[in-house]
Design a binder for this molecule. Structure first.
Ligand SMILES: NC(=O)c1ccc[n+]([C@@H]2O[C@H](COP(=O)([O-])OP(=O)(O)OC[C@H]3O[C@@H](n4cnc5c(N)ncnc54)[C@H](O)[C@@H]3O)[C@@H](O)[C@H]2O)c1
Length: 305
């Protein structure tokens, strides 16, 4: 009997798939399997019994991949299972950045006690006017599970798209969209785009890839969206760019002490994958991957061995 410990809440849709050879345990110290979402495992003591770790999600920077690899313990993730949830939030992020919806909604709340609020709204609304996303150029950095869906959705809304992914060739890119302009030059994407959205993993190579130099290449007044990880963006450079107006809005899913102070940042509390559908999809995939591995050694979506 394998003991499974959940380091975070894992959707019942996934846990219900565990067969009779598996039992859920509250005590991590005897666990054979860890199921995890965002819990930080870096400082955790790992039980000697541990045989597999599955992350119900895509990013794995909360997991000590190398230490686990050295111990021969595979780590699985669930790429694509939450991609639609993130894509939908990226669309929302572009709309939040192009129309002052946040300002407009808070104006209504502030004027909730005014019996003449309808009349006042007609006068106030010009302060919250904006632009449309149709016809604008969107740059998509990283054309994996999320980036690909963002390309398709943005094109369906009438946007033009330029895509960049150093691990993809023009032929593969054309399979995503023949309308998308594919470039092997990140600077070309940055220079051409009204909106730029980044969908790459947080690694040593991608840390700070959106720095002062990258921002300098971008169009004046461009919008930058980060639904990947905060380490990809140099916060000091972004703060300067927002203050000068070089970047008009920074939409980020990663609240940290620096971005919450930025006046023109729209900051969300890591909501990208927080939908019931994504949590179900990720849990089902993570549980299946672990059972496949422990049943016959199959390693699907193993990220460290
Ligand atoms: N906000 C959230 O809640 C949330 C949810 C899911 C995923 N994410 C983040 O989104 C990231 C992307 O997720 P995904 O499912 O699309 O992953 P994925 O692995 O399917 O795609 C990542 C893509 O990035 C490309 N890439 C790698 N390095 C690159 C670079 N330097 N420049 C450009 N492209 C590069 C890869 O070739 C790949 O195509 C995850 O790593 C995770 O950090 C965030």
């Amino acid at each position: 009997m394998y003991k499974v410990h959940c380091l975070n809440n894992i959707s019942a849709k996934g846990l219900d798939l565990l067969t009779d050879e598996y039992e859920l345990v509250d005590d991590p110290s005897q666990a054979d399997v860890f199921l995890v979402r965002s819990a930080n495992m870096h400082d955790m003591e790992l039980p000697a019994t541990l045989k597999a770790v599955a992350r119900a999600g895509a990013g794995v920077n909360n997991i000590p991949l190398e230490a686990l690899a050295e111990a021969g313990i595979p780590v699985f993730n669930t790429p694509g299972a939450n991609a639609n949830a993130v894509k939908e939030l990226v669309l929302a992020g572009m709309l939040l950045a192009s129309r002052d919806l946040v300002g407009g909604i808070s104006w209504v709340r502030q004027n909730a006690d005014d019996p003449e609020v309808s009349k006042a709204a007609e006068k106030a609304k010009k302060a919250f006017a904006g632009g449309e996303i149709a016809g604008k150029m969107l740059g998509v950095i990283g054309l994996g599970a999320i980036g690909k869906l963002v390309v398709e959705a943005a094109e369906a809304l009438g946007m033009h798209v330029v895509g960049y992914d150093p691990f993809m060739d023009a032929q593969k890119a054309a399979a995503i969209s023949t309308d998308m302009r594919f470039t092997a030059d990140l600077n070309e994407l940055l220079a051409a785009s009204d909106f730029v959205t980044i969908h790459v993993p947080a690694t040593a190579d991608t840390k700070g890839m959106i720095d002062a130099d990258a921002i300098a290449i971008m169009k004046d007044g461009a919008v930058f969206l980060n639904f990947s990880r905060d380490s990809l963006v140099d916060d000091t450079a972004m703060a300067t760019a927002l203050e000068s107006g070089k970047i008009s809005r920074y939409v980020t899913d990663f609240a940290n002490p620096a971005v919450v102070q930025m006046e023109r940042a729209i900051v969300l509390p890591h909501l990208g994958a927080s939908t019931a559908e994504a949590e179900d999809n990720c849990a089902v995939m993570a549980v299946q991957e672990v059972m496949d591995y422990l049943n016959d050694g199959t390693k699907v979506h193993c990220v460290n061995l």
